[in-house]
Design a protein around this ligand. Structure first.
Ligand code: ADP
Ligand code: MG
Length: 732
């Protein structure tokens, strides 16, 4: 049980941290040497597999050719030897169930040899397929609990790696997770299907433009920038709300928060820097190419970003990255907090998804190049994305909906819940030209004269950035900035790939029909011009270059008919529409039942999260906050009585006692009210239940919080048991 002294102890231990535990970790070898060391990489495969087996496996990895039993056995054996040499004892099929985190069940390589000893064994069958009990994973009704069977199947496109912990090494095999009937029970299966869909459609455009030579596949690429908070672990354990709900349910804004704007890009505190380098080192080892690190806007907030990769691999690496940060932080006495809004009053954490399309020969299809107006193929892809976001804004919004992200979207720090696209001056100018019918010039940025002769002239981009846009073109990729920090990128990537595949399909079909069986360059030019003009006319309402935080834009967006889905229950409704069912079905990404399952599961997650928050508010309110306030009242009343007994006039001080009493009384009433709402009969149907928790639970929690935060400013510090924002946010 925490009490005031726990908080004090935590404070003392934080100050002592450097003395007690030291920051003595030092890498055993250089970063270049260590990169990918724990990955069963292509290089390892080439070294360890017979040539024909290696070739067969590469064909499976690159072109999806089926893997036969004999090849699988040979691969499994080589993998086992490699893993054992690196100290592994167990292997696991690692997958991403619909919980948003990852799952693993470990099996050892050991088997009895029948003579009282053991042999190490790992067959092709164990590599390729697993059969975990699926009954305790969310299935959204896809599979009745009594039909517990689920299968994991090796995803050959994602590298196998070694997961190290203090005294064990485990071979991790990335897999997909499906039900007995073959329905996707995970986030990876639909992502892989959406990668196929977008590749198939984009290839048609390349064929039309004659740029397909040597290209066998087109991949969506993703680089996800991860924001997170770090706090001292001693505080973490003294904050049951952080432990239970991942965010603080109470906490008054400290006098100094982010108003000085001195944290962003500031020098990184020593302890944090040590933690970052250690995490990066371990990430390099498992082949996650992290590149960028810096302080973020809020005190205590940081960012780590990798170099982009094919989206299916990036999605796995993103999960590894989050897990790694959480694993390494405690070694430095730190706790990583991934929640979208752990602390009220300062910025929350997002995860910007940078996204593009790339050929397997390395050409970025969203690179406008210098004379953009002549790059018709780029303009086709660009307009396909514009069309997709306009047509399916609600679906895209649904893909980033969660209880945590509801705190960010719409607050003046993160893009609003209205999805619009920022293109920048150069592209907006081209869009204008296209809308008028003919495009004949590309606006140039020129160069920037810095005024001093010793300073170089630097080239200037043809447009500024826009930090307020939820979906911004940033030079040669789109940046989907509305996603929250804690989620798996797999789901928003799946949605984005699918809706873009649909738009590219539409554009390819229009062009193919227009040029007919005897295509010529002239025919293609005219057809493209007409198509671009029409697509821009129909979909340009989604383009917006101004300040997305501005109230005027929200009104304007409403006039333009753009959806503004403020909360998760509203947003998730998009998954129940005919449009959604059709687009996912047409590109074989999700069957209607798989889609329905996602609606149910994401609604349930929202409900459960809010119920946990509600219960935690209630418990903390009753067992920590109210008793502290009452003790304060007791001490103050005694002081008042003593003062008056001594014949002195207490004067205005009595008002202050009245204030605390009033707040304590209101707190009690607020908690009873919340209690009632939490324990009333609640609707069973997920959509209605989600609305119930949104409208009946959350506002009551907010009311309680307001009172508690007011009390925090009055109650004696030694009677206040929860570590304060002032203490937690300034990590040193
Ligand atoms: P900023 O914070 O200015 O947006 P960063 O450099 O922190 O920029 O992050 C940019 C991210 O975009 C990186 O992860 C980078 O690898 C990624 N990125 C760059 N090019 C592409 C691309 N073609 N496709 C997907 N992601 C990309
Ligand atoms: Mg960014």
């Amino acid at each position: 049980m925490i009490d005031g002294s726990t908080r004090r102890e935590a404070l003392a231990r934080v100050a002592d941290f450097h003395l007690e535990e030291g920051l003595e970790w030092a890498p055993s070898s250089s970063v270049q040497q260590v990169f990918g060391e724990d990955v069963f990489s292509e290089r390892v495969m080439r070294e360890r597999l017979p040539k024909d087996v290696y070739k067969r496996l590469q064909r499976t990895i690159q072109y999806g050719e089926p893997l036969d039993q004999a090849v699988a056995d040979t691969v499994a054996n080589a993998m086992k030897d490699w893993a054992l040499e690196h100290g592994a004892t167990h292997y696991t099929h690692w997958f991403q169930p619909l919980t948003g985190t990852t799952a693993e069940k470990h099996d050892s390589f050991l088997s009895p040899d029948g003579q009282g000893g053991v042999i190490t064994e790992f067959s092709g069958a164990s590599l390729v397929q697993g059969e975990p009990d699926a009954s305790s994973f969310p299935s959204g009704g896809v599979r009745a609990t009594f039909e517990a069977r689920g299968y994991t199947a090796w995803d050959v496109t994602s590298p196998v790696w070694l997961n190290r912990s203090t005294n064990s090494v485990t071979l991790c095999i990335p897999t997909v997770f499906v039900s007995y009937g073959g329905e996707a029970l995970d986030k990876k299966t639909p992502l892989l299907r959406s990668m196929d869909a977008v590749s198939r459609q984009a290839m048609r455009i390349l064929r039309l433009f004659g740029t397909d030579a040597g290209v066998r596949r087109i991949s969506a690429t993703c680089g996800a920038e991860q924001e997170y908070f770090l706090i001292d672990r001693h505080y973490y354990f003294a904050r049951p709300d952080l432990l239970m709900a991942g965010r603080t349910l109470f906490g008054a804004k400290p006098a100094k928060n982010q108003q000085l704007e001195d944290h962003y890009f500031g020098s990184i505190p020593e302890r944090v820097q040590s933690f970052m380098s250690h995490s990066e080192y371990e990430l390099y080892r498992v082949g996650v190419p992290v590149k960028t690190r810096h302080n973020e806007v809020s005190p205590g907030q940081f960012e780590i970003a990798p170099i982009f990769e094919n989206a299916n691999i990036a999605a796995d690496h993103q999960q590894i990255l989050m897990a790694m940060l959480k694993k390494i932080a405690p070694k430095y006495g730190l706790q990583v907090i991934m929640h979208e809004k752990p602390f009220a009053g300062v910025n929350g954490s997002g995860k910007h998804i940078n996204w593009s399309l790339s050929t397997d020969t390395g050409v970025n299809l969203l690179d406008p190049r210098d004379e953009t107006h002549t790059n018709t193929q780029f303009l086709i892809f660009l307009c396909a994305v514009i069309r997709a976001v306009n047509l399916h804004a609600s679906l895209l919004r649904a893909s980033i909906a969660s209880a945590g992200n509801d705190h960010r979207l719409g607050a003046n720090e993160a893009p609003p819940a209205i999805l619009s696209i920022f293109l920048g001056d150069m592209l907006e100018d081209i869009i204008d030209q296209l809308a008028r019918g003919a495009v004949n010039k590309t606006k140039k940025g020129g160069s920037l004269d810095l005024g001093a002769r010793t300073l170089p002239q630097i080239p200037r981009h043809s447009g500024d950035r826009n930090r307020t846009s939820p979906f911004a073109f940033t030079g040669n990729k789109f940046e989907f900035r509305a996603f929250g920090a804690s989620g798996s990128v797999a789901w928003p990537l799946t949605v984005l790939n699918t809706i873009v595949a649909e738009s590219i399909d539409y554009m390819a079909t229009e062009l193919e029909t227009a040029v007919g069986d005897h295509p010529t360059e002239a025919k293609l030019r005219t057809a493209s011009k007409n198509l671009l003009k029409q697509v821009i006319k129909d979909h340009r309402r989604v383009i917006f270059g101004g300040d997305n935080y501005d109230e005027a834009w929200h009104k304007e967006a409403e006039k333009r008919g753009l959806p503004n889905l403020r909360s998760t229950p509203e947003a998730l409704e998009a998954l129940t529409t005919k449009t959604a069912r059709e687009v996912f079905k047409k590109y074989s990404v999700l069957s209607p039942i798989e889609l329905e399952a996602r609606f149910v599961i994401y609604s349930e997650q929202y409900i459960k999260q809010l119920l946990i928050e509600g219960e935690t508010t209630l418990q903390l309110g009753r067992t920590c906050i109210l008793p502290g306030a009452m003790r304060h009242i007791t001490q103050m009343s005694e002081a008042v009585a003593a003062t008056e007994a001594a014949g002195m006039d207490i004067g205005e001080l009595r008002d202050s006692l009245d204030d605390v009493v009033d707040l304590a009384r209101r707190l009690h009433v607020g908690l009873c009210d919340l209690d009632k709402a939490l324990h009333a009969d609640q609707p069973e149907e997920p959509a209605k239940h989600a609305l119930y928790v949104r409208d009946e639970i959350r506002p009551r929690m907010d009311d309680v919080r307001e009172i508690v935060d007011a009390l925090e400013g009055i109650v004696a510090d030694d009677l206040w048991v929860l570590p304060t924002y002032r203490e937690m946010l300034f990590v040193k």
